[in-house]
Design a binder for this molecule. Sequence first.
Ligand code: ATR
Length: 279
Amino acid sequence: MAETKARAACLIGWPAAHSRSPLIHHYWLKTLGIEGGYNIEAVPPEGFAEFVLHLKAHGFVGANVTRPHKEHALALSKPDARARAVGAANTLWYEDGELRSTNTDIEGFVDNLDACVPGWDEATEALVLGAGGASRAVVFGLIERGIKRVHLANRTLERAGALADRFGANVLPVAWDAVADLLPRAKLLVNTTSLGMHGQPPLDLDTGLLPSHAVVADLVYVPLQTPLLAAARARGLKTADGLGMLLHQAVRGFELWFGERPTVTPELRALVEADLTRA
Ligand code: ATR
């Protein structure tokens, strides 16, 4: 059980061993001079409900939730509009004695783009690759920021269709083999698939087909510079990487649990980058 004197939050996952969240939150606790903790709690699916429904009794003021618990966390808490829209919760906290939840991947994605490529939302059309959980957060963020048309390409077309149904007429599902035809009009390209991740096949796509002022975002952060980002940068295109999103999505949870809004600093980024390089 965690210390009760200082506030503590945790990451609940199964498995949860390789998360960078403790590094991020411990950095903020230290630099802001807050006495607090952030633990990793490996909780199997069959133990998740008991753990979350008694989070306070386990010593925690809140939690991050990762695979495979995000949908279950939504069901066990009072979700905000973002968690409901994405269909998954990754952050839990108590408000007026009630267990609340949100999904911070949306602001992680959007805040990182704002930080890396100010003005990115002048794009009217975006092309999003992938239709899993991460894609739902990205698509919600794009629509919220006024992107008029989101082309959603996925290997399994039905999944793109289901996601488009969820978000309405601004989202157009497209077949995976239509990607090359759509690249010339994609002012913003976002990869939410696992392609390009260490150990996965590369994302086979010709960035030379993108417009000259396109912005390219990749959610993959191992490796930090994916082949997609490397090719986009070689062409002089502006980019946003997956590590930036990871850092920005952590801000809100920290604020909710510890009462101060932390900043994503170059020093924090360097710290996590060094850890990723060591892995
Ligand atoms: P996450 O929660 O990170 O989004 P996910 O829900 O497992 O993870 O989604 C993974 C995404 O990567 C999906 O869009 C998946 O496509 P399918 O829906 O067709 O499975 C995509 N993906 C994974 N491997 C792929 C591959 N080899 N080629 C194309 N897309 C791939």
